[in-house]
Design a protein around this ligand. Structure first.
Ligand code: MG
Length: 396
């Protein structure tokens, strides 16, 4: 079953600026109700709209692309203001900025961002010099250390043989890239990385963290689990990470050139308070209570003694998320009064209530179907009886 909705611009603006669902035109009591792992219903009108982001542009060899509107810029070709030396004493980064490029100045040490961050989408472009020298790990080596800990290798892997777990885009010492999509030296390589740090609870890893890497648009790390901080020659082991860390770039003695470095922080992992993705029952139920409270607050604004139905429907909606006994009782009382008011209507006036009564009946049936209300809820039975008597359950 599929319905089509049209929303006016005004309705859309209203939709994103208020918790009220009344003006959106998206129906409630529609898709499957929230359950123990999903705080929202399927097609839930109360689920927040995604934030609008203006996308950037792709890079060409000649020119870096434009970052998306919500990106945090780490290097835009102008200066090193976002960077410092990664050495113990800190101090200014000693790499060179020239012709819009950030160039490793060999033997001056690694550099790191002043800013620290955790889970992110990271974009980095880099190029070897056209006359790159050396072989294996000595050929155009640098590196991108996520949170200063996990190295995504930078290396001239074009027609260069080295250990597989040390190629460009490897998780160094842990996992080789799926393929080698590196361009010849002199050309820019584009890394798009999605990084999730490990999540620990009570000293145990409940999510190892992961890294996904696209190189020049080709998938090279596919949600690869993290195994711990990068080392050399030694097997690494999982450990907790802090919440944030700097992005570090490696001085491996080769004049690798970088440009167009930016990141976008990611929303929290669902195991750490994020509300999209697989949720624990505990987190789901907490979120459902929060949604229900917001809807009840919104329902207060709909209070109108002359027309109590919108408030009653909104309160009924809140029960999908949290079957709070006081609200159930309130809905029962409001439903009872509504049924009484319908029964008092003269025969020629009842026809005008058809759509409203059908809507209330549909809402009760939905809540009973998903066991939010008991099958024998009194106002629901009375409303259903009216629908049957009026033959409003038949197609016209
Ligand atoms: Mg390296």
């Amino acid at each position: 079953m599929k319905r089509h909705f049209t929303l006016s611009t005004a309705a859309l603006v209203f939709l994103v600026t208020t918790t009220s669902r009344a003006a959106t035109g998206i129906p409630a009591f529609y898709g499957d109700a929230p359950d123990e792992h999903h705080p929202w219903a399927v097609h839930d009108p109360n689920r927040p709209q995604p934030k609008a982001v203006t996308p950037g542009t792709f890079s060409s060899q000649e020119q870096p692309g434009k970052p998306p509107s919500d990106a945090v810029i780490l290097f835009d070709g102008t200066d090193l203001s976002k960077w410092q030396s990664a050495g113990d004493g800190g101090g200014p980064a000693k790499w060179v900025v020239k012709d819009g490029l950030l160039i490793v100045e060999p033997k001056t040490g690694d550099i790191r961002t002043r800013e620290e961050f955790g889970d992110c989408q990271l974009h980095v472009e880099w190029a070897e010099t056209p006359d790159v020298q050396g072989s294996s790990q000595g050929r155009g080596n640098s590196g991108i250390f996520l949170m200063g800990r996990v190295e995504i290798q930078v290396l001239d892997s074009y027609h260069n043989v080295t250990y597989a777990d040390g190629h460009a885009a490897s998780v160094y010492g842990v996992n080789p890239p799926l393929v080698n999509a590196i361009r010849p030296p002199g050309e820019f390589q584009v890394y798009d990385i999605v990084f999730r740090r490990p999540v620990y609870k009570d000293g145990k890893a409940i999510d190892p963290g992961s890294v996904t890497v696209f190189v020049n648009g080709v998938l090279e790390q596919d949600h690869t689990p993290l195994e711990g901080p990068t080392g050399h020659m030694r097997r690494t082991h999982p450990v907790p990470f802090p919440e944030k860390g700097p992005l570090k770039l490696q001085d491996h003695g080769n004049p690798v050139r970088f440009r167009n470095i930016w990141y976008r922080p990611l929303p929290p992992n669902s195991l750490e308070g994020g509300t999209d993705g697989p949720l624990t029952t505990e987190a789901t139920m907490a979120k459902r209570k929060e949604i229900a409270a917001a809807i009840r607050k919104d329902a207060e604004q709909l209070k109108d003694p002359a027309n109590p139905v919108p408030q009653m429907l909104r309160l009924m909606e809140s029960l999908e998320y949290d079957s709070d006994p006081a609200t159930v009782q309130l809905v029962q009382d409001m439903g009872k009064h509504y049924v009484e008011s319908l029964k008092e209507l003269p025969a020629d006036k009842i026809a005008g209530k058809r759509e409203q009564v059908r809507e209330v009946n549909g809402a009760f049936r939905f809540l009973i179907r998903f066991k939010v209300l008991p099958a024998t809820f009194p106002p629901a039975e009375d409303i259903a009886a009216i629908v049957r008597e009026q033959r409003w359950d038949r197609k016209q």
